[in-house]
Design a binder for this molecule. Structure first.
Ligand SMILES: Nc1ncnc2c1ncn2[C@@H]1O[C@H](COP(=O)(O)OP(=O)(O)OP(=O)(O)O)[C@@H](O)[C@H]1O
Ligand SMILES: [Mg+2]
Length: 547
């Protein structure tokens, strides 16, 4: 239960104390009800109502109702809050983390944690309050039993310890099974992803669809089988736990009177108390699996958070030590920069060492075959990946942790897997006419309107989506523009506009353009061509010499 407890411990102490007090009072009231009924039962008669006990009973009952409701509301608020804040915190850490982290963690794990795990934790409040209440009730009832008879107390305490510990014994096993179920669940999510993203592909090929369907069934069956196994462990431990309880209760009734002389006098009160205790104890045994589930969810979400934290702590900030770092504009230089994608057994792909100087106001084209490292180099240049060795300089200032974010803010980039935001995040309040002008220039005015910081339509063709990304990129008004195969989906007329008009305008404006492209027809537009091959620079220089 440690993970769940760690989460609760982070909540304000005052809130936790209130819950414990309210639950304590309700548990006490609950125990008092038993005591009152047990005592009143002795004085019960056919022709008189015992008013004093009836009144006490009414008071205890009222206390119980008020406190129980109060603590339940507060506890549910705490767990709901934990689930919610945890979820927002993880998303915030995700947007604050670095690219290699997200590539490592994987989308489906994040989705699983944010949807399923957060909800499981939120839902555990009721089980926890029931558990806490049961513990307190049992504690008071046991004090009462102790007051009635020591031997009965010892026996029933033994029964409680035995049954709860039997129920807890399978905790480890349940935890392992829940972990296995989680990874199968991620497999299933991957399948669902295939079914949605690969809709067209499976429509055109029924054998592919049949194979995918078989896989979906298999993973789903595996999840179900694990679920059954977990429920079985749960049922077994509940049955064993409760049986242990009943056997020892039976001992109190059947064996104790023959062994202890004095016991006979208090047998009916003791029995009433024990009968009242059996319910809450059984409940304790029963809720253990729910808590185990919430605990497993807490473990998964905490682990994800820890992974994000590891990088979060070192994620660059715009303002180091509270003061924003200003970087001189100027040439961007790479000096012996090396970067590798790392796999479990060594480097998957090595880029560099690359040395390169990009003058402000220049147009630089990156060329080279598929997989030669163009996109990787663009991510390094923009500071999304940090070099394993070597230096990046901006206006002769080396880029380090403290100025990395300021460095990134020099760029506006359209990567090949760019994302369009419906709202103009980062530029809210931009003049609508400025956007309308750009939409006009990109020949999108008939498809997309812009008002209230929002684009009216993102359901566009591939080429149109890229043009809209270009609109956003130009609005950012950054000194360096980075494009990864921007022209690839454009028609010839727009391609010409892009290379011969737009790039020239940007250059005239003093802006730097760095573009990965295969369009050798337009290489003459560039001041510098950088050709990559297998992660190494094969050629740097003007277009003429390259030819
Ligand atoms: N996230 C990643 N993890 C591991 N390897 C990667 C990753 N991204 C790219 N690679 C590998 O790095 C190499 C260079 O990829 P990159 O995307 O930089 O090539 P590219 O020159 O842009 O190719 P293309 O012209 O096809 O866009 C490839 O061999 C690719 O498999
Ligand atoms: Mg690429």
């Amino acid at each position: 239960m440690t993970y769940l407890w760690d989460l609760i411990k982070r909540e304000p102490f005052a809130a936790r104390r209130e819950i414990v007090i309210a639950t304590g009072v309700s548990g006490l009231a609950n125990a008092a009800i038993v005591a009152i009924i047990a005592t009143a039962a002795q004085t019960a008669g056919y022709d008189n109502i015992n008013l004093r006990y009836l009144l006490l009973f009414a008071i205890a009952m009222t206390l119980y109702i008020i406190c129980q409701r109060y603590s339940a509301i507060r506890m549910v608020r705490i767990t709901t809050n934990i689930g919610q804040t945890l979820r927002v915190r993880v998303v915030e850490k995700l947007i604050d983390s670095e690219m290699p982290v997200l590539e490592r963690v994987g989308t489906n794990r994040v989705v699983n944690a944010l949807s399923r795990d957060a909800t499981t934790i939120s839902d555990s409040g009721e089980a926890m309050i029931d558990g806490l209440q049961a513990v307190i009730f049992v504690a008071f009832a046991y004090l009462y039993i102790l007051w009635l008879s020591l031997p009965a107390f010892i026996l029933s305490l033994a029964s409680a310890v035995l049954s709860v510990s039997v129920a807890m014994r399978n905790q480890q096993l349940t935890q392992t099974l829940l972990g296995r179920q989680r990874s199968r669940e991620v497999d299933f999510l991957n399948n669902v992803n295939d079914a949605i993203e690969g809709f067209k592909e499976t429509r055109l090929n029924s054998r592919r669809r049949a194979d995918l369907r078989a896989d979906i069934r298999a993973t789903s069956t595996a999840v179900a089988a694990l679920r059954e196994e977990i429920e079985d462990v749960h049922t077994r431990s509940t049955i064993i736990g409760r049986s242990a309880l009943y056997i020892l209760v039976a001992l109190v009734v059947f064996a104790l009177p023959t062994l202890v002389q004095t016991y006979n006098k208090v047998i009916s009160e003791t029995m009433t108390a024990i009968l009242f205790v059996v319910g809450p104890l059984g409940l304790l045994v029963g809720i253990a699996p729910y808590l185990a589930r919430a605990n497993e969810a807490a473990r998964a979400i905490c682990e994800l958070e820890r992974q994000l934290d590891a990088e979060h702590a070192s994620a660059p900030r715009l303002a180091a030590n509270g003061t924003p770092v200003t970087l001189p504009e100027g040439a961007i230089a790479l000096e012996q920069v090396r970067f590798a994608y790392k796999g479990s057994d060594g480097d998957l792909f090595v880029l560099g060492p690359v040395s390169l100087r990009i003058e402000p106001g220049h147009i630089v084209f990156l060329t080279g075959g598929n997989g030669s490292g163009k996109s990787t180099l663009l991510k390094l240049l923009t500071g999304l990946y940090v070099p394993d060795s070597g230096l990046i300089l901006s206006g002769d200032v080396p880029i380090e942790h403290d100025n990395l974010q300021s460095y990134r803010e020099r760029f506006s980039a359209i990567f090949s897997d760019f994302h369009l935001f419906r709202r103009l995040y980062g530029m809210l309040g931009t003049s609508e006419t400025a956007v309308a002008d750009l939409l006009q220039r990109m020949q999108l005015a008939h498809k997309v309107q812009f008002s209230g910081d929002r684009f009216s339509n993102l359901e566009l063709s591939t080429g149109q989506r890229k043009r809209l990304a270009l609109v956003v990129s130009l609005l950012e008004n950054r000194s360096v523009l980075v494009f990864d195969e921007l022209a690839a989906d454009q028609d010839p007329a727009f391609r010409r506009f892009l290379y011969e008009e737009l790039f020239a305008t940007l250059k005239a404006d003093g802006r730097t353009v760095i573009a990965a492209t295969h369009d050798d027809r337009y290489f003459h537009v560039a001041d510098t061509i950088v050709k990559l091959e297998y992660g190494k620079v094969d050629y740097v220089g003007p277009y003429e010499r390259h030819v």
